[in-house]
Design a protein around this ligand. Structure first.
Ligand code: UD1
Length: 417
């Protein structure tokens, strides 16, 4: 197991390129299950979560090869239909094989994910939606056994705009008989990316990016040749890194429209953000001001940026309030930030952060993916040395983050623990 050691205090400067989006790549790779043949993806990031989905699809019988910029997957020979507990436990997005398997093969057996570090995270809405489309789903020793001779289009109203649920149901509906209307659907850019990819396979989808998706099923779909969108959460994390260190960083390849809510809050906090030819430049000339945030489904402030924004607020002038509305237990980073000298009080789903003048380096432990990024950010700004342990969480979702930060001038190394 590796840990990251940071000697804080360096201002970041220079240019950095954003990788492909993990949360777009995962459903896209699952979408390859919808049609036999050789699917090609570009800009797939090199991450542990991608390794996990690759192993899962390989265990189903898919053949996969990975080059520098090419991820090829042939799903012709898929003849198994089970997502085992060990994989779903490691990565909840494994449940995204459920919709495609059920739609193409009429059967799937997928472990129930159980809880995780940031909350209960049930998949009841995925199940309810598939049942509305005619699937028979029963629980069998921790597994969902799902069957459907042929899925049928349905009108489905989601109680919550679940991202994974919208993806699973959109994929299933693409091959169902008749029209599916998905109301209160998630609007995240990754949903739009998936809809675009499905359309390139021949799917009939309207309304992506709004809360109502209309999907007219087709009998079969073609193969994919698709470039994954840039990772908005990695881009946001790099923006906060620039702001936290008082740096001057040009971020290349990001799509600013995907991060409007974060950009607005960073500007309110005193960060200067300018749009140049192919980059977004982030500078922070003066002390950070305290700003409140409230996490919400897209286009609201992303829960996946909450911990990183809190890192920034630990050093703000004044007090800020952060309210987490998406996951019920997403403040695990707070105790670790307190070890660095942050002044944070939690009350239910609200954190009150009183900005301090400085953080002092200490050993800390990563508890989940975005929490680990937030601790790295704190380490960049803290005095002396911060050691972030259990860095495998970071490797699930950030491609060579420490290398990117080092090239921007950070004093950061990865060492075996
Ligand atoms: C996705 C992202 C994750 C992000 C989250 C919210 C991927 C691989 N992961 O996760 O990084 O933090 O969106 O933006 O894309 N819920 C239910 N029942 C369900 C489904 C969800 O109650 O059937 C609840 C969850 O417990 C949670 C909320 O809905 O409180 C949002 O979850 P959801 O949008 O489904 O998140 P994921 O797709 O798991």
């Amino acid at each position: 197991m590796d840990k990251i050691i940071i000697r804080g205090g360096n201002r970041l400067h220079g240019k950095v390129l954003v990788s492909g989006a993990k949360n777009a790549a995962l459903p896209l790779i699952c979408a390859a299950l919808l049609a036999p043949g050789r699917h090609r993806f570009h800009n797939v990031p090199s991450l542990r979560d991608i390794d996990t989905i690759e192993n899962l699809l390989a265990s189903l019988g898919a053949q996969i090869s990975r080059g520098d910029d090419l991820f090829e997957i042939d799903t012709t020979a898929v003849d198994r239909f089970e997502a085992p507990y060990d994989m779903v436990r490691k990565m909840r997005a494994s449940v995204l094989v459920l919709g495609p398997l059920l739609a193409r093969f009429g059967r799937a057996r997928v472990s129930l994910p159980g809880g995780c570090a940031i909350g209960a995270r049930p998949i009841n809405l995925h199940i309810k939606g598939l049942e509305a489309m005619g699937a028979e789903i029963e629980l069998d020793h921790g597994y969902l056994n799902a069957q459907a001779k042929k899925l049928k289009g349905a009108r489905i109203h989601l109680d919550l705009p679940t991202v994974g649920g919208t993806e699973n149901l959109m994929m299933a509906a693409a091959l169902a008989q008749g029209t599916t209307v998905l109301e209160n659907a998630a609007c995240e850019p990754e949903i739009v990316d998936l809809a675009r990819a499905l359309k390139s396979m021949g799917a009939h989808i309207e309304g992506e990016g709004t809360d109502t998706l209309v999907i007219e099923g087709v009998p079969d779909l073609g193969t994919l040749d698709y470039r994954v969108m840039p990772d908005r959460i990695e881009a946001g994390t790099l923006m906060v890194a620039a702001a936290m260190t008082g740096g001057d960083v040009r971020i290349q390849g990001m799509i600013p429209q995907h991060l409007k809510s974060l950009i607005g809050k960073l500007q309110d906090a005193g960060t200067e953000i300018t749009y140049e030819a192919e980059t977004v430049r982030v500078r922070r000339p003066r002390r950070i001001e305290a700003v409140d945030i409230l996490t919400l489904p897209y286009p609201g402030f992303p829960t996946d940026m909450q911990a990183q924004f809190m890192a920034l607020m630990t050093l703000a002038k004044g007090a800020s309030v952060i309210t987490e509305n998406v996951f019920e237990n997403r403040f695990m980073h707070v105790c670790e930030m307190q070890r660095l000298g942050a002044d944070i009080t939690i009350d239910g789903n609200t954190a009150i952060i009183k900005g301090v003048k400085k953080l002092l380096g200490a050993p800390v432990m990563a508890t989940d993916l975005r929490a680990s990024a937030s601790l790295v950010l704190c380490g960049l700004a803290a005095e002396n040395t911060t050691e972030v342990k259990r860095i495998y969480h970071l490797d699930r979702g950030y491609e060579r983050l420490e290398e990117k930060l080092r090239r921007l001038g950070a004093d950061i190394v990865r060492v075996p623990e």
